[in-house]
Design a protein around this ligand. Structure first.
Ligand code: F6R
Length: 359
């Protein structure tokens, strides 16, 4: 029940620190070791490549998952949109392992791919929020998000839950493969830092309401930009804003803007830059200069350790593979407030259903 909350979306955004803590509780012990089924680990260890298959927000959690699995477990990882994979599968590696990310466990596009994977005889894992869902039953293995029901159509806590669980799994897999990035990564401690950081962010809601009112409430279009892991977040942030506020929004690789799309920048166009990746921060900042020079209304969302004077939204510092867990929170809140300011029912955006069970 949404209790004192006006909308489920806000409740679910607020629940994200709890989701982090619940994952720590379900998947780690007090001494920091990770509990993952041995049979699942054995199967993943044998794989020469991971294929993450998902739709929508879960696909975006997969994009971050690629960084995490490659960073912590050093296993090459591909991420595919389920509806594309279905009719146009890539050439597979010798020993593929499939990971389906799905909040509902019922998405038809993903089910279709899993049916094909089963026909091919490959093993698979479904990461889902719904026990006994179809994708859970039909995959070889399941890991549950324990995030509590997600009622709002726009997915929030499932996204952050999926990323956190990918980190837990990648830590254990990397440890099994003796990858030093994984052995030195204390996932319970890192996710606790994330939970605390998320709490700081959701406690500062008024700030985002104000930014939404100034920059997004009446705009025709908007951009989220970023590079590397920040580009992954930009894509999810754009989906969130467009689906609940109907503002046409693109999530763009910031270096790619100048290759055509910059033509859309006008006086006042909101361009929200995500800057958490140290390697690319300087380059994204130079892209914000390019759009500023064309009149854009630039808003920077920046990790504390990379912050400069004038940055509008500052994120608590966390492990470099986990920054999406924090960066997405202000973006979810910006989407939420923009929708309300435009007078929409944020929990039930037009044309959408909670789970898409048709192809
Ligand atoms: C966006 C959203 C959708 C779902 C997508 C996949 O906020 O909710 O994009 O993420 O339909 O759904 P699941 O994760 O249930 O497979």
């Amino acid at each position: 029940e949404k209790g004192a909350y006006p909308y489920y979306m806000l409740k679910e955004i607020d629940e994200q620190p709890t989701v982090m803590r619940s994952l720590i509780k379900h998947y780690t012990t007090d001494d920091g070791s990770v509990i993952i089924d041995d049979a699942l680990l054995d199967s993943m260890k044998k794989a020469d490549r991971l294929y993450i298959v998902a739709a929508g927000t879960s696909y975006h959690a997969g994009l971050v998952g690629k960084e995490i699995f490659e960073g912590l477990a050093k296993v090459p990882t591909e991420v595919h949109v389920a509806s594309e994979f279905g009719y146009n599968p890539p050439i597979l590696s010798e020993k593929p392992f499939f990971i389906f990310l799905t909040q509902s466990g019922e998405t038809a596009d993903s089910r279709q791919v899993l049916a094909q994977v089963n026909k091919w005889g490959y093993e698979s894992l479904t990461i889902t929020n719904v026990e006994n869902s179809t994708l859970s039953r039909e995959a070889t293995f399941t890991l549950l998000l324990y995030a509590g029901p997600e009622i709002a159509v726009a997915s929030t806590k499932a996204y952050t839950g999926q990323i956190a669980l990918e980190a837990i799994l990648a830590k254990r897999l990397g440890e099994e493969k003796d990858v030093s990035a994984a052995t030195s990564f204390n996932v319970a401690r890192e996710l606790t830092t994330v939970a605390n950081g998320m709490q700081e962010l959701v406690d500062e809601k008024g700030q985002y309401e104000q930014i939404a009112a100034n920059a997004l409430a009446t705009t025709r279009n908007a951009f989220y930009i970023g590079r590397a892991i920040d580009y992954d977040v930009a894509q999810e942030a754009a989906l969130k804003l467009k689906e609940v506020s109907y503002v046409q929004t693109e999530g763009f690789a910031s270096g790619e803007l100048k290759h055509g799309t910059i033509a859309l920048i006008e006086e006042g166009t909101p361009v929200i830059a995500i800057i958490t990746c140290a390697k690319t921060a300087k380059h994204t900042r130079s892209n914000t200069q390019e759009v500023l020079a064309r009149g854009a209304n630039v808003i920077n969302i920046v990790s504390r350790n990379l912050a400069e004077d004038g940055d509008q939204i500052i994120l608590p510092d966390v492990h470099s593979l986990l920054t999406p867990l924090l960066a997405i929170v202000p973006c979810q809140l910006l989407a939420y407030y923009t929708s309300l300011q435009r007078g929409y029912d944020v929990d039930k955006p037009r044309n959408l259903a909670k789970s898409v069970t048709v192809e």
